[in-house]
Design a protein around this ligand. Structure first.
Ligand code: ADP
Length: 406
């Protein structure tokens, strides 16, 4: 079964086409700078030999519909394509950032679902509108294919009330759905399952802490297969130090910025979401550069890295306490998969919790799932490459098959 996974942003459409039954990626790419004078279309195919071919086209893409049409043209192109006809694509899986409380699992899109995603726009004003647009455009271009929405928030729907409610007047939850939702759920779910398979135990028998460290970063406490806490909140701003987001700050900070510095709400929003995190601390949001600067003796980069790791370490302790016991810590995403330095800093000093990294194993490169704890470490420490798009494709297939069965 061939499934196209789409992640639509305000000026981009990222895509991956999978042969899900064989777990094979057939093509991937992105239409970027949509609506600008010069847009960019990147299209890569993976040959059965594993060899990759990529083409890049620079020409204006007027809107998202135009973008998706061009992508489809490339997918069926006799020279660069991977399918003979678009009817061979059975379904489209869409990443939707905010499912609110309405969606606890992937869902086949119909008018009612579209309306419910629309209702969640106040909770994710930057993400849900382009996600919706992506679905609408795909429905026009693939009128005969099923569209499935896979929500970033869904994996966290099992959070108990003490983990999801904020200590503010209850009516804000009851009337306006103000609460912790959590994000990166597709990634946390994927790596938790992969970790359990690697450890050869059912996920329901394990307590895991999954640590997703990309540009955005979050952690999840996964107790017996159910997520019981996560660091992001009603929005992705909460929790860990990220590339450009502050993560946790005193909730009164915006008042200070407004009353004492005269900043507008928009300026405060931009400051905390786009100018903070690693970038705010040492001038760059790219972890490779932060590490490089630290190694060159840059004190600001050293502090940024220490703060980044310290926050993760605090949450490891918190989630250990929340779950009562811990079988494995799982690192994933760009930083988590590729930075021995960050992983070591996060685990340093946690030996009394049974978390002991093996420096040799940690330093080994590798794109596969692997163990980096010392043989004495009571808690396993794993690096698990994430694959959110594959997970979306698998979930899409699962939803479609269960629909055909009923
Ligand atoms: P996104 O959230 O955009 O999907 P990624 O998961 O690709 O992000 O992660 C991006 C981050 O991973 C960047 O900060 C980048 O510097 C970092 N990264 C990638 N490779 C390495 C590496 N070898 N060492 C340290 N950090 C890395």
């Amino acid at each position: 079964m061939k499934i196209l996974v789409i992640n639509t942003g305000s000026s981009s459409i990222k895509y991956k086409l999978f042969d899900v039954d064989r777990q094979r990626l057939l093509a991937s790419g992105a239409a970027e700078k949509i609506g600008e004078e010069t847009s960019l279309l990147t299209h890569g195919t993976v040959l059965p030999t594993g060899e990759k071919k990529e083409i890049v086209e620079e020409q204006r893409i007027s809107d998202h519909e135009d973008g998706l049409k061009r992508i489809v043209d490339l997918l069926v192109d006799p020279e660069h394509g991977v399918v003979g006809d678009k009817s061979q694509i059975s379904a489209i899986g869409h990443r939707v950032v905010h499912g609110g409380e309405a969606f606890q699992s992937p869902t086949i899109v119909d008018e009612e679902v579209l309306e419910a995603i629309r209702e969640n726009i106040p909770l994710a004003p930057l993400h849900n509108p382009p996600n919706l647009l992506g679905i609408e455009v795909a429905r026009r271009i693939f009128p005969d294919s099923l569209q499935v929405a896979v929500f970033d928030t869904a994996f966290h729907h099992t959070l108990p009330v003490e983990a999801f409610l904020y200590a503010i007047p209850c009516r804000l939850y009851e009337e306006h759905k103000v609460r912790r939702y959590g994000f990166h759920g597709t990634s946390h779910a994927y790596v938790a399952e992969r970790a359990a398979a690697y450890l050869g135990r059912p996920l329901e028998a394990l307590n895991l802490i999954t640590i997703h460290l990309g540009n955005g970063a979050s952690m999840a406490a996964v107790k017996e297969g159910r997520c019981v806490d996560t660091t992001m909140g009603m929005t992705p701003l909460a929790g860990l130090v990220m590339g450009t987001r502050s993560g946790d700050v005193d909730p009164a900070l915006p008042f200070f910025l407004a009353f004492h510095l005269g900043m507008s709400l928009k300026e405060i929003d931009d400051l905390l979401n786009k100018e903070s995190g690693l970038k705010g601390l040492c001038g760059t949001n790219d972890m490779r550069e932060v590490i490089h600067k630290r190694d060159e003796g840059d004190r600001a980069a050293e502090i940024a890295l220490d703060l980044y790791a310290y926050r993760i370490k605090k949450y490891i302790g918190a989630y250990f306490a929340a779950m009562g016991s811990l079988h494995a810590v799982v690192f994933t995403a760009g930083v988590g998969e590729n930075s021995p330095a960050v992983r070591e800093l996060c685990c340093r000093g946690l030996e009394n919790l049974g978390i002991e990294i093996d420096r040799g194993r940690n330093a080994l490169p590798g794109g596969e799932i692997r163990e980096i704890g010392s043989p004495e470490s009571e808690v396993k420490i794993l690096v698990v490459p994430t694959n959110e798009e594959l997970r979306i494709a698998q979930e899409t297939k699962r939803v479609i098959e269960s629909k055909t069965r009923t």
